[in-house]
Design a protein around this ligand. Sequence first.
Ligand SMILES: [Zn+2]
Length: 506
Amino acid sequence: MPHTPHTPTSRSRGRSRRRLRIAALLASAVSVCMVAASAPPTPLGVGDRLFPHLGNPGYDVAAYDLSFTYSGSNSEPLKAVTTIDAWTTADLDRVNLDFAHGQVDSVEVDGEPAGFATAGEDLVVTPEDALDQGEWMRITVRHSSDPVYSEDREGGWVRTADGLAMANQADVAHLVFPCNDHPSDKARFTIRVTAPDGLTAVANGLPVGVERSGGATTWTYRHDHPMATELAQVSIGRSTVLRRTGPHGLPLRDVVPTEHRAALEPWLEKTPDQITWMENKVGRYPFETYGLLMADATTGFELETQTLSLFERELFTEPGYPEWYVESIMVHELAHQWFGNSVSPATWSDLWLNEGHATWYEALYAEETADKPVEARMKAAYGASDGWRAKGGPPAAPKPPTSGSKTGIFRANVYDGAALVLYALRQEIGRAAFERLERTWATRHRDDTAGTADFVRLASEISGRDLGDFLQAWLYDQKTPPMPGHPDWRPTATGQAPATAGAHGE
Ligand SMILES: [Zn+2]
């Protein structure tokens, strides 16, 4: 939704009206109110089928201002201040934020001290005065942000050889900072990091300030597009920032461990051409900058953090990976900037829209630049698809994450299993309509959220025919439908996953 500037008038007007109503209630039913006020805080959510307690009802965040102070050791908590500007969408006596795994020192609402308590993974804030629907509120939380996690609940900070990086997808941004931790509530971000001299900090967006004082430097970054909490990135390390120019003057910056700069630089020179390739497929790159963060860490995944994708350094320096494969993974994370970031999922069940598209362009790039036919990959995926659906659910109705599983909801059914759905759609409506659909999707929902029903609707609109039944079967059936144009394709008996690049990228 569009946001209007924070005006004190609307706030005070709403507040006094609400106070009157509460005073009247208190006068008429004091005992009832006392009971209500002492009811225990409870964790809330926005009703995501896969993560019932993620996000919170009653407000819409417009902006986050995150401030981190790093001691120089990545095993010590950072000091942090999180400021949230939000618009209330309901009357609120309490405001639930998502936050777990950190010490909260104080909370203010509109500059006044507020009460706070923990309930599940929520930080429940009780402002001095209740809030009316349609008010601006500013919540300031002083807290710690601890990069050390237990085995069974890893958080968003990634400890690298020389500092920290961030990987919040899908549901762990709130283990780093208090937030409305669901992609349906995107907001602008300003991120400030104070670190000892000798370290470099980089975050989403472009730098807006660097201040040095007393042996430390404060780096400030601002991102001028709405972003989901899961896509925030903060890199702190002994890093070098390499700058270059992309298509039509797009500023690119990559972050590499200084000691590996020479080995990594040749890979980074590939980015401008990859962006041009993607732009030729789906239209203009959606943000003000792009780049790769090559972290000295073993994560087991790469991640499309907005404007600054996170990669394991070893993907580029380990000689075992073929060049075409590494490049296709680079394109996978780049494609996410359109699919998953600029257009983010309305719910986590729409994850196939992120991963299916990123896998699709990963495969298409390998076909066009490395002679790896998409059709062969899709035939193999078709063979495995029934097995993937049995294990992880149909692409648009994935099974919930199982506790203790590192994979969570990121299973083959939403990678090659969902790219297979896009292939089937292209077979059904033809290349020209399919390519028009892809461009229109990225343009129409730019800087917004959209879900599976939106995609089905647009596919029908663009192709000029009702694709509801066709896509319903491909997206929600337990069994994979017949492939248009390939009646001979069959599920393989073993249901084995083909060896594809999809397993590497998130
Ligand atoms: Zn991905």
